[in-house]
Write a new protein. Structure first.
Length: 273
């Protein structure tokens, strides 16, 4: 899906050492496209000296993961679908690594649902504020995608391998409070207090010594190559499954509202720009 200049897929704003990256595809639940991820990467590179990086979404969703429409638009041939998928997941991996390695402190302002590979943007954050309306759900088993965006590369470090495996297998929807209890969220705010809570978090984080943050990241992520390899392994698994006839059938059925939860997700997609 081609984005217009009037509606860029991601809006970046740099002010007083704060870089705000707002995913800006509310009519598609801020689902990820190569153009969106490239725009985000360019902003991170341009403002590599930002003290704080804020990630959030426009409309009612944070992000619904990879845009299903984009995959289907490239499904006429296996070669085209694999090429598009390779580019999309590769850019998502690069975006996640850029966040993990950034000089600034990363704040995820999770304003709504998080599904699929977009969880990686939350996992890469140092602090995550969830709106009470937010939830997290894999959706991989419904659609037939292999987990990407850090579901196997990063999430087990937060909740453990067994819990990760069970979550993907059962496709349970975790609300914001559950996300708080398992360590994905660090604060939960009522819908009408979300903006205030995010601003207060930014104020607290603004005075923190970035050298301490960076040193702790280096120690916690001592083997950067290992994370990159895990994300690359996710991409290879994604490519192995994406072109199966059964996955294509599942994608089309989901897009047509014939799968569990597809109507609920479509309601989130119904926001206008």
């Amino acid at each position: 899906m081609t984005e217009t200049l009037e509606h860029p897929p991601l809006i970046s704003h740099f002010d007083h050492d704060v870089l705000t990256l707002q995913l800006n595809r509310p009519g598609r639940a801020n689902s990820l496209t190569p153009e969106l991820l490239e725009t985000g990467l360019n902003a991170l590179h341009e403002h590599s000296d930002a003290h704080t990086i804020v990630l959030t979404g426009a409309g009612r969703a944070f992000s619904a993961g990879g845009d299903l429409g984009g995959f289907l638009e490239h499904a006429e041939t296996t070669e085209a679908l694999l090429g598009y998928s390779d580019r999309l997941v590769g850019l998502l991996n690069a975006f996640i690594l850029a966040l993990v390695e950034s000089e600034g402190l990363v704040l995820a302002a999770v304003n709504g649902p998080v599904t699929g590979g977009s969880l990686g943007l939350v996992l890469a954050a140092d602090h995550a504020v969830f709106a009470e309306t937010a939830f997290v759900q894999p959706y991989y088993g419904q659609i037939g995608f292999a987990p990407d965006g850090g579901w196997t590369a990063m999430l087990p470090d937060v909740i453990g391998a067994a819990q990760t495996r069970n979550w993907i297998a059962t496709d349970v929807r975790y609300d914001a409070i559950t996300a708080l209890h398992i360590g994905l969220a660090h604060e939960v705010a009522a819908a009408d207090e979300f903006g205030t809570t995010v601003r207060e978090a930014m104020e607290r984080l603004a005075v923190m010594d970035r050298a301490v943050i960076q040193a702790s990241r280096r120690m916690l992520n001592a083997d950067r190559d290992a994370l990159e390899n895990k994300l690359e392994r996710e991409k290879r698994a994604f490519l192995d499954l994406i072109a199966r006839p059964s996955t294509l059938s599942r994608m089309r059925a989901f897009a047509g509202g014939k799968h569990r939860d597809s109507d609920t997700l479509r309601e989130v997609h119904s926001d206008d720009h």
